[in-house]
Design a protein around this ligand. Structure first.
Ligand code: HEM
Length: 402
């Protein structure tokens, strides 16, 4: 806000100077009261330092006559003042009309832009970056303390089908696209700071264009994968009492017991619902960014949140409900990135457990078959269910390993 005002002041002065040269310098005048459209130095400073609301309406009607001449210190031209013109442009109150380009073309000065820019390269990048580094650090620590979760009964030599090929296809479509989206998204956010010093501007420019292309187009694969995984696995991810026992026993991650679980245990259900809910939110905000100005989400969401009283719960004032088209896009970008950071952190933990963290787990998504002992240790109720089905001749599930 202050920076915008500081930016506007030179513009105001630049426009004023030629006029000043022609003006007859009147004797020093008293400061013009605000009610007449004039401004004092204190007033300007108060607005710049946020002590006064810059959007506070000013009565400018009779100011032209009453205003001090431009030649005097801080003299104003009242309602004819260029600063008033710039202010109406800044706050969208001018009667500017545009013939093409939609409502966004009528926004000549976008007051929220600097805040967004600074938030994006400040707190968003800093806290987001630390979240990912923190998650990697936690997993390293967990690995050092707990080590790899091994098969306590050893490999049996017999396997059981864990995921059909359509399930693995859905999983890898989702996983492959998500990894590409995460990498290209991080390149877009951190590239200027992290990559330009390493690879130079020209190489980075190509990388940035390529990243954007990949990010925009691969998003469809992610959305399809998300829907597939949801449809295939939602029935297995409804919470039940077994999950409570699983959590109460630390999921077998802490200690060496193996609490019973069906096809998915409590921890996996958390992964599943995080992927579905956060993935859906990332997809919707991503679509809003992919089709600029076509899918504004935030003014309406904020209005609903205000009605419920959510800002009060977290000690904040009501959220803004009048947003320019550009502000809508800015909020969509920030939300998209924040939720993505959280999901990336969760997925880093998921990838750890699916690979180095747990012996025998990767096969489930690799070949689709897991060792029977692995299945009995981690998903005992599911194995029972499968074996009962085999016994009743529904489906043959277990095969000797090659
Ligand atoms: C290299 C990357 C990945 C590996 C190695 C991997 C591995 C696995 C494995 C082995 C399973 C089955 C676990 C079991 O048998 O119970 C699984 C399940 C699953 N994966 Fe992945 N995965 C990866 C990336 C991802 C990504 C990026 C997503 C989503 C964005 C994802 C979402 C899921 C979900 C929702 C499940 C079912 C719930 C669960 O088991 O946690 N995976 N993954």
């Amino acid at each position: 806000m202050r920076k915008i005002a500081a930016l506007l002041l030179p513009v105001f002065l630049a426009f004023s100077l030629p006029i000043a040269a022609q003006d007859v310098v009147p004797p020093a005048a008293e400061a013009i009261p605000l009610s007449q459209g004039g401004q004092t130095l204190e007033d300007i400073l108060a607005r710049q330092s946020g002590l006064k609301d810059a959007r506070e309406p000013r009565e400018t009607g009779s100011a032209a006559d009453a205003a001090a001449g431009i030649g005097t210190a801080l003299g104003t031209r009242g309602a004819d003042s260029d600063s008033v013109v710039w202010e109406t442009l800044r706050f969208g109150t001018s009667d500017l009309t545009v013939s093409a380009g939609g409502p966004q073309a009528g926004v000549v000065i976008q007051d929220g832009g600097m805040w967004w820019l600074e938030f994006r390269r400040g707190p968003l990048a800093t806290y987001g970056g630390w979240l990912l580094i923190g998650m990697v650090g936690l997993l390293v620590l967990f690995y050092l303390v707990r080590g790899k979760i091994r098969l306590s009964t050893g490999f049996s030599g017999r396997t059981i089908v864990r995921f059909a090929s359509i399930e693995r296809f859905g999983h890898w479509l989702l996983a492959g696209s998500f990894i590409l989206l995460a990498l290209t998204g991080l390149i877009s956010l951190f590239g200027r700071m992290g990559l330009i010093p390493l690879v130079g501007k020209e190489t980075y420019a190509m990388l940035a264009v390529g990243s954007k292309w990949v990010h925009n187009n691969i998003s469809w694969a992610f959305m399809i994968g998300l829907v597939m995984v949801f449809v295939m696995w939602v029935a297995h991810n409804l919470p039940n009492r077994t999950d409570l026992v699983w959590f109460a026993k630390g999921g077998g991650l802490i200690g060496h017991g193996h609490p019973p679980a069906k096809k998915f245990n409590g921890g996996q259900k958390i992964i599943f619902w995080s992927v579905i809910l956060l993935g859906a939110s990332i997809s919707v905000s991503g679509l809003s960014l992919l089709f600029p100005f076509q899918l504004p989400l935030f003014a309406k969401t904020f209005a609903v949140m205000n009605d419920i009283g959510i800002p009060g719960w977290i000690g904040m004032e009501a959220f803004p409900t009048r947003l320019s088209p550009q502000e809508e896009m800015q909020f969509a970008q920030l939300w998209h990135a924040m939720v993505s950071f959280v999901l990336i952190a969760i997925i880093i933990a998921h990838i750890y457990i699916g690979t180095v963290g747990m012996e025998g787990a990767y096969d489930a998504m690799g070949s689709g078959e897991v060792d029977l002992n692995w299945a009995k240790e981690h998903h005992s109720l599911w194995v029972e269910e499968m074996q009962n089905k085999t016994a009743t001749g529904e489906r043959s599930q277990t095969t000797p390993a090659e």
